[in-house]
Design a protein around this ligand. Structure first.
Ligand code: FEO
Length: 618
């Protein structure tokens, strides 16, 4: 019996699930099963997007027939020729002999190699940016070689703004009735499987994934992948993950510790290291490589910023399961990580050097000096080495390293744009800094918003009365330091209650942290920094709205961003009841009190920058 799901008024999911498959592609365990997605577009002409694996072909064919409702099938688009999406081609052409198989030239060749029937009469060859008009929809084909095979293409429906993304944006796990990612708790229940899917299936081809994302300069309201959920909400969130993964940028600051231990001594050292790191405030995740499948450890390596490998020596080499893991990581092009190594060997420890040799071939791998070398059992003498390894690792964490230096916060920060910094933006409070010649200045603002993802742009509205406004207007550059909940009221006094025209707001701050643009930022009581280069500006009377390209962005800490509400509830001192006879005006917006008999007409609240109209007499 058919089991189909409506995606939109004229798009139907006709795929099927397999919960009996033990190993996807013969390699990856899929305890939650796997879905093979196919979609039928019921336009003036009918279009089927890909087919399914032979294991679920019967259900799929029932679904297609039901979705067609007696119509003929006009087009079968083959975006990806791998057999888990193409084994039903032959049955489709048998059941729907008028169908045209829409594919590129490479796909056509592959169909001939895989399947023994004459495909030529059905072939409808397309190339980059060709458009198939199906009636109300126009389908544009975008080549995406090596995402995951060389023939892959994706399809963009410009009318419905739907991306049919082939293997990209897929996920392990059968669909259990829900078809949309927003129908489940994706972050909690599926993100690990999405990362495992990405890292293992297309992780090796980050550049190609990035190239595909780059080519997709079009609004996307829905993503329909070949495995896993359809995305109709928060597509940008999942896109952001792909941006990170495709650049081999870690998702989180923390240490993955993978160990191979025959008699528990190497494991002992790894556990002590993990414990010391936790004491120092570093997140860790541990794996016994002989127990946990490599696909899960590879996935974790894509998540964390730091990797520790601890391995015993075996047959004068790396222990078997660790060697397999290292091979897997290098085969998947792991990059941009900080690595530390622990080795063990009863008479000739070699595993550490061999692991180092392998990982040095990867790009952007920074291997810390000081491999800890254990001779059989782990002894007290080894504790100091583990302690120094923990310190060396901590020394590479920007926020922790900064805090170690007694308030002299000097961060080692990413020179690139870490898009995760955008997640720190809220209706919060920010220190906006700028520089004009030798003069630095900053002010408090509450309006910083991400506008677009591609190109990555933010907006900030700045009161014209602020000196910082004039600097940005003149130089076209600024930094935004995102204040965290640890921000003290003094910070607001320093940057909000005085004018930079007659004060050095940075005097006595104890740091001189500058972003790549040379402008200062605030490394303390903040959780992220974004540099902007003004692309456009708009005059809104009292304020200028600057639209800026993000040129640098990085996370400073994991503390929550301060919100406007949090500021009033926890940071701003509660107003004292006015003394009898005291005359003044209170700002209705932020509660600031102006003392005096009369309020000047052009008065501007030093805190929230609202004008005299927003004040009322005490
Ligand atoms: Fe789901 Fe690359 O096939």
């Amino acid at each position: 019996m058919h089991c189909i799901k409506k995606i939109t008024d004229d798009l139907i999911w006709v795929g099927a699930n397999d919960r009996r498959l033990a190993m996807f592609e013969g390699v990856y365990s899929v305890p939650g099963g796997v879905s093979y997605n196919s979609y039928l577009l019921n336009d003036a002409t009918t279009v089927l997007f890909d087919t399914v694996d032979k294991a679920v072909q019967h259900r799929f064919l029932e679904n297609v027939a039901e979705a067609l409702g007696g119509k003929k099938l006009d087009y079968l688009i083959i975006q990806h020729m791998e057999p888990d999406h193409s084994t039903a081609i032959r049955e489709i052409v048998t059941l729907y002999p008028d169908v045209k198989i829409v594919c590129n030239a490479k796909t056509l060749e592959m169909i001939k190699h895989f399947y023994d029937f004459d495909v030529e009469p059905y072939a409808y060859i397309v190339k980059e940016n060709d458009i198939l008009n199906t009636g109300a929809h126009q389908l544009r084909f975008i080549m995406a070689p090596m995402v995951h095979w060389p023939e892959v293409m994706v399809t963009y429906d410009s009318a419905a703004k739907i991306l049919f993304s082939a293997d990209a944006f897929g996920c392990f796990g059968a669909l259990n009735g829900a078809i949309f990612a927003d129908e489940v708790d994706f972050e909690k229940d599926y993100m690990d499987e999405a990362r495992r899917y990405y890292s293992n299936i297309v992780g090796k081809y980050g550049n190609q994934v990035a190239a595909m994302l780059e080519k997709l300069h079009a609004p996307i309201e829905m993503i329909c992948p070949l495995h896993g959920f359809v995305w109709r909400r928060n597509t940008d969130d999942f896109m952001s993950k792909y941006m990170l993964w495709s650049r081999y940028a870690p998702e989180e600051q923390g240490v993955m510790i993978a160990y191979a231990s025959v008699y528990g001594n190497t494991e002992n050292a790894a556990e002590i290291l993990s414990s010391r790191l936790r004491d120092k405030g570093v997140k860790t995740q541990m794996f016994d490589v002989s127990v946990t499948p490599a696909s899960e450890i590879l996935s974790a390596a894509f998540r964390w910023s730091h990797l520790v490998f601890a391995s015993t020596t075996y047959n004068a080499g790396i222990f078997i399961s660790m060697e397999a893991l290292i091979n897997d990581l290098t085969a998947h092009n792991i990059q941009n990580r900080t690595v530390a190594i622990i080795e063990n060997g009863s008479w000739a420890a070699t595993s550490g050097g061999l692991i180092r040799e392998q990982l040095e071939k990867c790009k952007g791998i920074d291997i810390l000096e000081g491999t800890v070398s254990i001779r059989s059992g782990f002894r007290v003498a080894g504790l100091a080495e583990i302690e120094s390894m923990a310190d060396a690792i901590v020394g590479t964490f920007p926020d922790l390293a900064g805090k170690k230096q007694g308030g002299q916060v000097e961060l080692e920060v990413s020179k690139i744009v870490d898009e995760r910094t955008m997640f720190k933006l809220s209706y919060g409070l920010f220190v906006l800094t700028a520089k004009d010649g030798g003069k630095d200045n900053g002010c408090i603002v509450n309006t910083v918003t991400q506008i677009t993802q591609n190109p990555l742009r933010i907006s900030v509205a700045v009161n014209k009365a602020n000196y910082t406004h004039d600097m940005i207007r003149k130089t076209g550059e600024f930094n935004v330091s995102i204040l965290s909940e640890s921000a003290q009221f003094k910070m607001f006094q320093q940057f909000g209650f005085q004018s930079g025209k007659d004060t050095d707001k940075f005097a006595g701050c104890g740091y001189d942290s500058r972003a790549e643009n040379g402008i200062r930022y605030i490394p303390d009581q903040t959780n992220g920094m974004i540099s902007g280069k003004v692309a456009e500006s708009f005059d809104y009377g009292t304020h200028t709205l600057f639209i800026a390209d993000v040129t640098q962005a990085f996370i400073i800490s994991g503390e929550p961003s301060v919100t406007y509400q949090y500021y009033f509830d926890h940071i701003k001192p509660k107003p004292q009841p006015p003394k009898k006879d005291k005359k003044g005006f209170v700002c209705k917006i932020c509660g600031y009190v102006y003392e005096g008999e009369t309020l000047p007409d052009d008065y501007i609240c030093p805190l929230c920058k609202h004008g005299a109209a927003d004040f009322e007499p005490i």
